[in-house]
Design a protein around this ligand. Structure first.
Ligand code: NAD
Length: 260
């Protein structure tokens, strides 16, 4: 009988963008659930107020196994390298494509370089992260799961988020398209869409956005802003056997921000 408690013992999870914010909370949760965790990020140090211990060291402190692998997800060969590194631990079984960037800009002010930077991390990183993990799983004949980080802005337009929203809309369709083509291979691909969560990416966000938006552009938020620790449950669920019949889905963990 399947257990209701996700257990990732003997599994290897790669979490991109795992040094800070949501990725850090997700990486810790997989570590606590028994997975070996590879934290794949452009920087090792967390950018979290009052915290200096890198995520992989934190996981080791409570007896888990974890490594940091310097990775720029906008470069497909770097993502392939971290997937290759996971083979030393048995091979990736859970790929969390979470790294993301954003800078508030009005639609009329987004230059091609900034568009490419944001799409390069948020969309290209997810596309080739999913592809690299799936190719490796197929090579090893060990199907696993992919969980991508989308956003409320995957479906809801917000002032100063047009380029970011384009990248996050892409995350939803990359997730669905990959889910379709990888289902026959036994690989499930899903997404989690966070709403406003206080992290480095949102630091100063509302002040900056406030300067650029009309006064009546308060985002609608039925519940409230979230914390990084409110996100990992959805990732653990989607990566576990509890979600064995779920693929191509986006789980909204956004305080209801997407509903209106
Ligand atoms: P964060 O800035 O705290 O963390 C992002 C992490 O990604 C950082 O550790 C950063 O170093 C890393 N990163 C940036 N560029 C990278 C690259 N090229 N390669 C590898 N790593 C890179 O932000 P967060 O809020 O934790 O964001 C995590 C994910 O959640 C992102 O995809 C973001 O778009 C998404 N998200 C966040 C919110 C929110 O309100 N915080 C809302 C919706 C979606």
């Amino acid at each position: 009988m399947r257990t209701l408690t996700p257990d990732f013992a003997d599994e290897v999870a790669i979490v991109t963008g795992g040094s800070s914010g949501i990725g850090r909370a997700v990486a810790r949760a997989f570590g606590e659930a028994g997975a070996t965790v590879l934290v794949a990020d452009v920087r090792e140090e967390p950018k979290v107020d009052g915290e200096s211990t890198p995520t992989h060291e934190l996981i080791r402190e409570y007896g888990g196994e974890a490594e940091f692998v310097e990775t720029d997800v906008s470069e497909p060969s770097a993502v392939e390298a971290v997937v290759e590194a996971a083979r030393d631990y048995g091979g990736v079984s859970v790929m969390v494509n979470n790294a993301g960037v954003h800078r508030n800009l009005r639609f009329l002010d987004v230059e091609p370089e900034e568009f490419d930077r944001v799409l390069g991390v948020n969309a290209r990183g997810v596309y080739f992260g999913t592809q690299a993990a799936a190719r490796d799983m197929l090579d090893r004949q060990e199907p696993g799961v992919v969980v991508n980080t989308a956003s409320t802005t995957s479906r809801v337009a917000e002032w100063t988020h047009s380029h970011y929203a384009a990248s996050k809309g892409a995350v939803e369709m990359i997730t669905r398209s990959a889910a379709l083509e990888l289902a026959p291979e036994g690989i499930r691909v899903n997404a989690v869409a966070p709403g406003p969560v206080a992290t480095e990416i949102t630091e100063g966000w509302s002040e900056r956005a406030g300067e650029m938006e009309p006064d009546d552009e308060e985002p609608s938020l039925p519940l409230r802003a979230g914390t990084p620790d409110e996100l990992p449950g959805a990732y653990l669920y989607l990566a576990s056997d509890l979600a064995s019949y779920v693929t191509g889905e986006t789980v909204w963990v956004d305080g209801g921000a997407h509903v209106n």
